[in-house]
Design a protein around this ligand. Structure first.
Ligand code: ATP
Ligand code: MG
Length: 270
């Protein structure tokens, strides 16, 4: 539908990420809004361009109600992605306003993220960056997975050219410390399940769950909490179903962690 970037009028900045800036844009011909993600290409331009092209290739193949749609990619000076506009912003924005969410809402949200992951994993795609800012909400209140900035196709050739992964807060133990927690033939899909578990617990608590309220930890503290933290911060009133669901996601040993298919049958989301 969108043939040229010049057909899009920038209206406002929706947010900034590691890779670039996201704008709300208006397309006159179809009188509709889109989100335009523009990636800055600096000294490391080549690597980023390669990664972005890989991202674009992935995005073109992806078509699911649980994944934010990418309508077009323009590769000129910058690389620009024309995406479905998600009116409600990210889960980060939602949490900033509502502080915490009810189990009922988290159950619906969790179900959608699981469906999205089932779809991606079914295409052999590991997301690798599931976190609140990459879960977007539209005006119907539907949550969708966005942003394949660091995702890659399993066995893809461009693994070395990842963006700075930014925050590691949602990374699984086996990704942070592969020597200790990985072992042979790590199932990379399990990392997405871990991240989803952290996000869901954060939604109920209202703060990042692995290090306690109000802390802004350094990298070492965070790494210790993820890889060695024994106690899981759990709201007292959390239902047994919720607690079990999250514990199954936050199993440090990826071999014992629940899979997406198992979790789709879990009572908390069904
Ligand atoms: P990172 O670079 O680590 O992924 P990020 O997810 O915050 O961090 P971006 O993906 O660039 O960075 O997104 C920045 C912000 O723009 C998001 O947090 C979200 O609020 C907003 N945003 C992104 N995509 C859309 C969209 N399709 N519709 C509406 N808002 C969006
Ligand atoms: Mg993002």
């Amino acid at each position: 539908i969108i043939k040229d970037l010049s057909h899009l009028e920038k209206r406002e900045v929706l947010g900034h990420g590691n890779g670039g800036t996201v704008y709300k844009v208006y397309h006159k011909k179809t009188s509709s809004f889109y989100a335009l993600k523009v990636l800055r290409l600096n000294e490391n331009g080549f690597g980023i361009r390669q990664t972005a092209k890989l991202e674009a290739d992935i995005l073109k193949r992806v078509d699911s109600p649980y994944i934010v749609k990418c309508h077009a990619v323009f590769d000129s000076c910058d690389i620009s992605f024309v995406m479905e506009y998600m009116e409600g912003g990210s889960l980060n924005d939602v949490l900033r306003i509502h502080h915490r969410l009810s189990e009922k809402v988290i159950s619906v949200l969790g179900r959608r993220v699981l469906e999205g992951l089932r779809y991606l994993h079914g295409m052999n795609i590991v997301h690798r960056d599931i976190k609140p800012s990459n879960l977007l909400v539209n005006d119907k209140g539907e949550v969708k997975i966005a942003d394949f900035g660091v995702s890659h196709v399993v066995e893809g050739r461009l693994e070395g050219n990842e963006y700075d992964a930014g925050t590691c807060a949602y990374m699984s133990p086996e990704r942070i410390d592969p020597e200790r927690w990985g072992g042979e033939n790590v199932d990379e899909f399990a990392g997405d399940v871990w991240s989803m578990g952290v996000v869901m617990l954060e939604c109920l608590l209202g703060y990042f769950p692995l290090i306690g309220a109000g802390q802004r930890p350094d990298w070492a503290t965070l790494m210790c909490a993820i890889c060695f933290g024994e106690k899981l911060e759990m709201p007292e009133k959390a239902s047994p179903e919720f607690q079990n669901f999250v514990r199954r996601c936050l199993e440090k040993n990826w071999r014992k962690r629940a899979t997406v298919l198992e979790l789709l049958h879990h009572p908390f989301v069904s």
